[in-house]
Every structure is written in structure tokens, then in C-alpha cells.
Design a protein. Structure first.
Length: 111
């Protein structure tokens, strides 16, 4: 047994040595406190990070829903309307160019 082998075992110094050991561990050994603080910090960080990431994902989901339900149909309709109008203008321009080419051909034949 270690108590019997130690030089202060059974002597009046034993309580003093025990008290010194307790004082040392309370004043100078900060490992338990630091480990507790580290565990607390990690827990808080993970919880806050998890909540922040959850909010980011929720915002992304809402943005995607908004885009699919409202923005995309509006864009498709605007594109259809504009493409239809552009197609009509291109057809008109094509008809004008065709008439100009016919006039040029007729003018060359006359000369």
C-alpha cells in the first residue's frame, strides 16, 4: 500500500500534505476547468452553427420555392410574349428584304 510506504504515512504531516495537494489542485491545476470550458464552447458552437445552417437551408428552400412558383412562370410568359413579337418582326423584315431583292432583280433585267 502506498500510504504505508510514504514517509509521511501516519504522521501529523499527512493532513497538511493532503491540504497542500488540494490547494495546489484548486489554484494551479486548471485542466478540469479548461476542459469544462472547452466542452461548453464546442457545444455552444455546434448548436449555434447547426441553427445557423438550418436557417440558411430554410432560406434556400424558400427562395427555390418562390422561384419555381412565381418567378419562373413570369419569366416563361415574358419570354413567350417577347419571342412571339420578335418572330413577327423578323417575318416582316424578311418579307421587306425579299421585296427589295425582287425589285433589284427586276431593275437588273430592265438594264
Amino acid at each position: 500500500d502506498r500510504r504505508r510506504d510514504s514517509p509521511a504515512a501516519g504522521s501529523p504531516i499527512q493532513p497538511i500534505i493532503k491540504d497542500v495537494g488540494e490547494v495546489y489542485s484548486r489554484l494551479l491545476d486548471h485542466r478540469p476547468v479548461i476542459q469544462g470550458e472547452i466542452r461548453y464552447f464546442v457545444k455552444e458552437f455546434e448548436e449555434k452553427r447547426g441553427l445557423r445552417e438550418l436557417r440558411v437551408l430554410e432560406n434556400l428552400k424558400n427562395t427555390i420555392f418562390e422561384t419555381n412558383e412565381r418567378v419562373l412562370p413570369k419569366c416563361e410568359q415574358a419570354m413567350q410574349d417577347n419571342l412571339s413579337e420578335t418572330f413577327k418582326r423578323l417575318q416582316a423584315a424578311n418579307a421587306m428584304i425579299r421585296r427589295l431583292q425582287e425589285r433589284e432583280c427586276e431593275a437588273r433585267k430592265v438594264k
